[in-house]
Design a protein around this ligand. Structure first.
Ligand code: RIB
Length: 321
């Protein structure tokens, strides 16, 4: 077999083997496009209203699936039209939703998102059924045992996030934590985290120091590594991203430039980055190789409106290489 063919079949095998578990939120995003957000006490007319699939858990699951991972999602929706519509969309993307519970008489999680013309957004989340998420360890553990990565965020109950981390640790599955929105993290959680993915605001909050560029991100990442995390990625929007992993005894940094694109809507850019990056890691890439994939995927995401509708496939990311 030619070397090129060998490389291709090794890559295909890795692509097929990439298994990722996501425990996280599912929201119907109610998106308002505005000329500008209202001041307190003011009313403004919205240019449009859309109902689009979202939620950090759902978005990250879709981003992984569109990059070729086999994704199993643990989540919770209500028995309403929004819940059914979210599940249907996830199935179309090939996400395994058999462990998503449906709660009678409870509304599906909802996020109200105000998007301004420059693409900046403001989000208010009503947890709904996400607050009722529970984990059946008999279902979770076998799935984790055959997966490389577990992806977690902070839109589900805090004790559930911890339970999932412990279950992953017990079977040797690596935990990727995106601690968004920011909540307190007990000290004993950090050593359970393999890869921490934070934006500049989250990095600043958890490291308790200002983060506004690659140099300050470096200092914050070191502080987070010192808590027991094995790898840290800090995303800085138009300033790119910083990644650090421990090689032997010393931290190995890599810095990655952003792609210049026209911004339509930044919603789910972080989720897209994470999903693309984690899938590449699960497919055998190093952190320094996986981060640029996340950046390219996120750059396509912000060029389109909405959360899940704007998440690109691996092929679309390859096309911009
Ligand atoms: O990260 C973006 C997501 O945050 C949106 O889809 C919204 O549902 C909120 O959860």
């Amino acid at each position: 077999m030619q070397k090129q063919e060998q490389n291709k079949s090794a890559a295909d095998a890795a692509t097929q083997a990439a298994r990722v578990v996501v425990v996280g939120s599912l929201n119907m995003d109610v998106v308002l496009s505005l000329g500008r957000v209202p001041e307190a006490g003011e009313t403004v007319a919205a240019q449009s209203l859309s109902y689009l699939p979202g939620g950090k858990g759902g978005n990250q699951a879709v981003a992984c699936a569109r990059h070729g991972a086999q994704v199993t999602l643990f989540g919770s929706v209500g028995d309403d039209h929004h819940g059914e519509s979210l599940l249907q969309g996830l199935r179309v993307d090939g996400v395994d939703v058999q462990h998503v519970s449906v709660h009678d008489g409870v509304p599906t999680g909802t996020a109200v998102i105000m998007v301004e013309p420059q693409g900046q957004n403001r989000i208010c989340v009503v947890a709904g059924a996400n607050a009722l998420l529970t984990l059946n360890q008999d279902s979770l553990r076998p799935v984790l045992a055959k997966s490389e990565y577990l992806v977690l965020q902070f839109e589900t109950p805090h004790d559930i996030v911890h339970q999932a981390m412990l279950a992953a640790q017990a079977v040797g599955c690596k935990v990727v934590l995106n601690p968004s929105p920011v909540r307190d993290v007990p000290d004993d959680w950090w050593p359970l985290v393999h890869t921490l993915v934070v934006n500049e605001h989250e990095a600043a909050a958890f490291a308790a120091q200002p983060v506004h560029n690659l140099a300050t991100a470096r200092a914050a990442a070191l502080a987070l590594l010192a808590r027991g995390v094995k790898q840290v990625v800090v995303t800085l929007g138009s300033q790119g991203a910083l990644a650090v992993e421990v090689q032997g005894d010393s931290p190995e940094f890599s810095e990655h430039a952003a792609r210049r694109v026209e911004v339509v809507d930044t919603t789910a850019a972080g989720d897209t980055f994470l999903g693309a990056m984690v899938t590449r890691l699960a497919q055998g890439s190093t952190l320094a190789q996986a981060v640029p994939w996340g950046i390219r995927a996120a750059s396509l995401c912000i060029g389109k409106a909405g959360a899940q509708p704007s998440i690109p496939t691996r092929l679309q990311v390859e096309e911009i290489l």
